[in-house]
Design a protein around this ligand. Structure first.
Ligand code: 8YV
Length: 313
């Protein structure tokens, strides 16, 4: 039986890509110097895309691949894939939900603790000799008794809420619509920010959520408030956030995601009130394997004529 032809859009999880390369005929678009020529030469064969990373999968690309049936993403967030364009062309899109919820929630909790307690900065304080030279590290903020506002209470948000409550935090949230959960609901992001000590962003990146964290929301969070972002860089107005941190108009920020990854504006590096992670939300051996297994299974099932497991609505 001939192997179906797939495109890889980026370099990704090595074991997943090795399995796919064994089971499919793989074409590495991200390595092609002349992308148009590369696509033209393969247009009559490509039936699937295994999406890794940021390369946009939009109508223009889809139209260059008339035999395209399915796009399987490595990751729960599908913001680089134009879902309307896929729908209009009846192309199936899958992602990797659920298998990463607990892991991303662990990272979120870690980032909240690091941000309020300035733990990475305290590590640097010791290593640079400041402890011996200047004395004890300055006192920081506790989590217990504080309110965590969750913008985007989905499956990951609920896993974060559970962990934050174990640390003594109170939970509130805002979603487009109210959910059947025991947490107070706020009608908009600014009200949630005003009612929270720590605002965490977990919402998917869409046109609607682009720069949803803006000056108005940060003003509502206020000089005692902390922002944590584990969603996507595009949901925050990054230059405004940078200015608010520099001018101490908010107390601090914990950021796992940035607008133009892996490029981070160097002005962030000198901030003492920010903790910066290189997009490690789901970055464990176990979770990345589970994400890859789900992506592979979706591709296998599609090409075996079975329904995929995790189709994006
Ligand atoms: C990874 C993520 O960025 O699942 C997502 O949406 O953001 C992450 O788990 C990614 O997909 C791996 O490169």
């Amino acid at each position: 039986m001939t192997k179906p032809d797939l495109i890889f859009t980026g370099k990704g999880h090595a074991a997943t890509q090795a399995t796919l390369e064994a089971e499919f005929t793989v074409h590495k678009l991200f390595e092609a110097n002349e992308k148009e020529k590369f696509l033209k030469e393969r247009a009559d064969r490509i039936r699937g895309i295994a999406s890794f990373g940021h390369l946009p999968v939009d109508g223009k690309l889809m139209d260059q691949l008339p035999k395209l049936e399915v796009i399987c993403n490595f990751g729960v967030g599908v913001d680089q894939i134009n879902l309307d364009d896929a729908k209009a062309r009846k192309i199936i899109v899958t992602n990797t939900p659920d298998v990463l919820n607990e892991c991303v929630a662990d990272t979120a909790l870690g980032l909240i603790v690091c941000t309020l307690r300035r733990l990475p900065q305290s590590d640097a304080y010791l290593r640079t000799g400041a402890w011996a030279a200047k004395g004890a590290y300055p006192l920081q903020s506790s989590l217990g008794g504080k309110t965590l506002g969750i913008l985007g209470l989905g499956r990951i948000g609920e896993a974060i809420a559970k962990r934050a409550m174990a640390c003594g935090m109170k939970i509130r949230y805002h979603n487009r619509s109210r959910k059947d959960v025991p947490y107070p609901y706020d009608p908009d992001p600014a009200t949630l920010a005003r009612n929270s000590n720590v605002l965490i962003v977990v919402t998917p990146a869409t046109a609607e959520t682009s720069r949803i964290i803006n000056a108005r929301v940060l003003d509502a969070l206020g000089p005692e408030g902390y922002l944590v972002n584990i969603a996507r860089g595009s949901v925050v107005d990054e230059p405004v956030l940078l200015r608010y941190l520099q001018e101490k108009k908010i107390a601090g920020a914990g950021l796992d995601v940035f607008a133009d990854e892996p490029r981070v504006p160097p002005e962030f590096f000198s901030l003492d009130n920010a903790v910066l992670f290189p997009h490690v939300g789901s970055a464990t051996v176990e979770t990345r394997k589970a994400m890859g297994d789900l992506q592979i299974e979706n591709l296998r099932r599609h090409f075996a004529g079975k329904p995929v497991l995790t189709r994006v609505a």
